[in-house]
Design a binder for this molecule. Structure first.
Ligand SMILES: [Ca+2]
Ligand SMILES: [Ca+2]
Ligand SMILES: [Ca+2]
Length: 416
């Protein structure tokens, strides 16, 4: 029987918070491969989720803002996703949790390809359960309901398979409502990252230079809320792993753990997401799977890689029908050999008009409409405090210009 695949997609989680999740760390990270250079396709909830489901970059799927569901469906993208494709390999499928933003205006929608559909609709506790709407008291209750249904889905497949499921809790997105059990876990957390309220913004794009400082106590409180909510998620993940283990499915299940986007808490005087800096553009990215040796790697991984890897696990050709823009991680995950992997990676925001090229230690950021650029050496300047204004960037600019118009195999060739 082919292996099962589970995607866990958290909401607004920074890479730096993964270590706070003890069960996740012990049962996923230490048993799998952690990508220090895992990136979103675009650091905003809806467009990022559209990219994961289709292995298309935002410039290709054309859903540029956070009301993503409507343009996604209008363009027919929902008929060619990881779910519709993997059904061709006789996988049972299930979606559990937050889907694309905009679903609140189309609550009865059930996306093609999903055998089970337990989607939170909007952010007020409404759920669509296989086409039937339910109203729970809170978003937290809806999240818990979705997680319960996921465990039931897994239990039902004790003796059957294979299956593919997505679990997408709306954690640690605001508002922060940790459980009684965890709501004091990080009361004393402090917050003083190196780039907090960056003093000299003269190397930053023009619009940032007049930014007022962020309030440290407010940023610290957000961090506290995120870390405490993540402890609840960590407990849920522990229960999930118990079910996989208890039903003898853990050794034939691949688990991918990512966030839709990262989050800035006052670094460079910025708050929230959408921006090209590492805290926002980078995401936690972990894979645990059968035969995979535990490791940490500097290979570039992107959200667009999830779909081709999953289809590869299912024995399908990821490029059948439409060439995907991501790469299958499967072979290097199994061998540990990343020498043939992509050398450069695109991250973009087609709404704000920037694109970033990651190449080696370099992060080149281009602001198209403003005609401005930034370049950081993340080895000597990991906190992105000093853009290298004197650098020669013509080669980076050429690659960005090509990558942001390409898709499929042509895009992948530009990464080499
Ligand atoms: Ca998000
Ligand atoms: Ca607290
Ligand atoms: Ca600076």
């Amino acid at each position: 029987m082919a292996d099962n695949v589970l995607w866990i997609i958290t909401d607004d989680q920074m890479r730096s918070t993964l270590r706070s999740m003890d069960k996740t760390w012990r049962r996923l990270v230490e048993k799998g491969v952690r990508f220090r250079r895992g990136y979103t396709a675009m650091p905003w909830c809806g467009p990022a989720r559209a990219s994961m489901l289709t292995s298309r970059y935002p410039h290709d799927h054309g859903c540029h803002n956070n009301m993503t569901h409507q343009p996604f469906v209008a363009q027919g993208h929902d008929r060619d996703t990881v779910a519709t494709r993997i059904r061709g390999a006789a996988y049972d499928t299930g979606y559990f949790g937050k889907y694309m933003n905009g679903l609140g205006k189309d609550p009865e929608y059930v996306a093609p390809g999903w055998g089970r559909w337990v989607a939170t609709v909007g952010n007020q506790g409404q759920l669509n359960v296989d086409g039937d709407l339910r109203q729970l008291d809170t978003q937290k209750a809806a999240d818990t309901f979705a997680a319960d249904r996921l465990r039931q889905f897994i239990e039902r497949h004790r003796d059957t398979g294979p299956w593919f499921a997505v679990w997408a809790p709306s954690t640690p997105h605001d508002p922060y409502t940790p459980s009684r059990r965890h709501r004091h876990d990080f009361d004393d957390v402090t917050w003083d990252p190196a780039a907090f309220n960056e003093a000299d913004l003269s190397d930053k794009p023009t619009w940032m230079r007049a930014l007022p400082p962020q309030d440290r106590s407010q940023m610290r409180a957000v961090l506290e809320g995120k870390l405490e909510e993540l402890q609840d998620l960590d407990d849920q993940l522990g229960r999930l792993m118990d079910v996989l283990f208890g039903t003898d499915q853990l050794d034939r299940t691949w688990i991918f753990f990512v966030s839709d986007n990262g989050y800035l808490l006052g670094e460079h005087r910025l708050f929230r997401k959408e921006q090209p800096y590492e805290e926002s553009a980078g995401v936690p990215f972990v894979v645990r799977g059968p035969g995979v040796e535990a490791a940490t790697t500097d290979a570039f991984a992107s959200q667009v890689d999830l779909m081709p890897t999953t289809l590869d696990i299912a024995g399908l050709d990821p490029d059948a029908g439409r060439e995907l823009s991501g790469r299958s991680l499967l072979r290097p995950l199994r061998t540990g050999d990343w020498s043939d992997w992509r050398r450069r990676l695109l991250v973009e925001n087609t709404n704000l008009g920037w694109a970033m090229l990651r190449q080696g230690d370099d992060a080149y950021i281009e602001h198209h409409e403003r005609g401005e650029w930034e370049l950081y050496d993340l080895a000597s300047d990991p906190h992105q405090l000093t853009s290298r204004r004197d650098a020669e960037v013509a080669d980076f600019a050429t690659h960005v210009a090509l990558l942001r118009q390409a898709r499929g195999r042509a895009l992948r060739n530009l990464e080499e």
